[in-house]
Design a protein around this ligand. Structure first.
Ligand SMILES: [Zn+2]
Length: 200
């Protein structure tokens, strides 16, 4: 294939603390889901180990190198605390504003749980992964989920349109943790991802 493109990663073992003020309970209609522990004022430790994170990147890189000759490296892992809102939208906006590492890199947060059905989020220069969901799946599921969320960063396709409903596509919207996803990318996704990886 073409030349290998490398994208560096700042990975964070992320402990979440609840934002005081309880905006989620201020009476207005809150859209999306809440992370219950945070909503009632509890901190949420990450529980991800460095070894688990390295393993997830090994699997995500296996997929991205095979499909698009893109490699996420080097991966620098550190621990970090963030004070976040409990609701889906507020938390995602906080992550985008605080975990973006700047040009030519992606920030990836590894948390225990998220108010997300997918088990992760990706977009802009940021991805976040729920360990709770990742561990519920087959061996390799965490890496496959990580590859998917990094795919949201590289294809800028939040609604899984480019996957065209193909269940074997890495970016297919609905995934069962107990059914292996083949992690395929189509030509359009590869071309978009390679262009964006060069221009992050
Ligand atoms: Zn997705």
């Amino acid at each position: 294939m073409a030349n290998r493109i490398r994208v560096s990663v700042k990975a964070y073992i992320l402990t979440l603390y609840p934002q005081s003020g309880g905006s989620a309970r201020s009476g207005g209609a809150v859209q999306g889901q809440n992370l219950r522990a945070l909503a009632i004022g509890l901190a949420v430790p990450s529980f991800w180990s460095r070894a688990e994170i390295s393993q997830a990147f090994d699997e995500a890189n296996r997929i991205w190198i095979r499909e698009a000759d893109i490699e996420f490296t080097p991966v620098e892992i550190s621990e970090r605390d963030e004070v976040v809102p409990a609701d889906e939208n507020g938390m995602w906006i906080h992550f985008v504003n605080h975990l973006s590492p700047g040009a030519r890199a992606v920030g990836v947060g590894f948390v225990y749980d998220l108010p997300s059905n997918e088990g992760g989020w990706g977009g802009g220069h940021v991805a976040v992964l729920s360990g709770n969901k990742a561990r519920s799946g087959l061996s390799g599921f965490a890496g496959n989920l990580l590859a998917h969320e990094l795919g949201h960063v590289l294809t800028d396709d939040p609604n899984h349109i480019l996957a065209g409903g193909d269940a074997s596509n890495l970016m297919h919207g609905s995934r069962n943790p107990r059914v292996a996803n083949a992690g395929i990318l189509n030509q359009q996704q590869i071309s978009i991802a390679r262009t964006r990886a060069l221009n992050l």
